[in-house]
Design a protein around this ligand. Sequence first.
Ligand SMILES: [Fe+2]
Length: 244
Amino acid sequence: MSPTLNYVDLHSHILPGIDDGSPDLATSMAMIEGLVNLGFSTICATPHQKEGQYLPSFEAIDDAYKKVLDEVSSRDLAVTIPLAAENMWDSTFFERLSTDAIPSYDNGAAFLMEFVPNQLPMGLFDHIFDLRRKGKLPVVAHPERYAPLWKDPETVAKLAADCAMVVDLGALAGDHGRKQAKYARKMVLEGIAHAAASDAHTPDDIESAQKGMAWIEKKAGAAALKRLLATNPAKILAGEHPEG
Ligand SMILES: [Fe+2]
């Protein structure tokens, strides 16, 4: 694919050895090169920040991040790798919420968050209101994963009005389960999804991302592909809600 596509991946686990993503630098580089070949010129590293499972220290993250940046520059790859995190809505998140210390994209206004799949967090919309008032942009990771949204278009619309909605390309490809595929596709076709991202954990996920991109192009058109992978994610990265 052309290197001028300038796709922006808002969600990936490319940093080595700190969560359930890439285990080592060689794998990280295979993933990064795979994404570059698909047209990504910006790949955000979003390691988990999830209590009881994957809560790498900022020091460990910085260390892994530096290793990747050094290797990218030694290979002369035309790619920018902003640092962020995938923040689970748990008590660590809450603590950071109260001290304005949620790890965000490039230390900017936008930050990626996820919830447990079966229940939306208590008081979610009050917190979102506060965050928006403070100029923050919450970015919802894989909204297709949250069962309470599947049959609740009003809540989805409310969430999409104040948050950026970033579906997984692998879900669009059908690789994350039947219900997730159905709902992710619906969100794209109805214009509720603002962006799509790889959420890549392994090199195999790059193939899945490619399938998801092909699905978007075939079913929603080339303009939608550009909007979901380039225009909107660039805005989100800059802290702007894609719909202003
Ligand atoms: Fe993720």
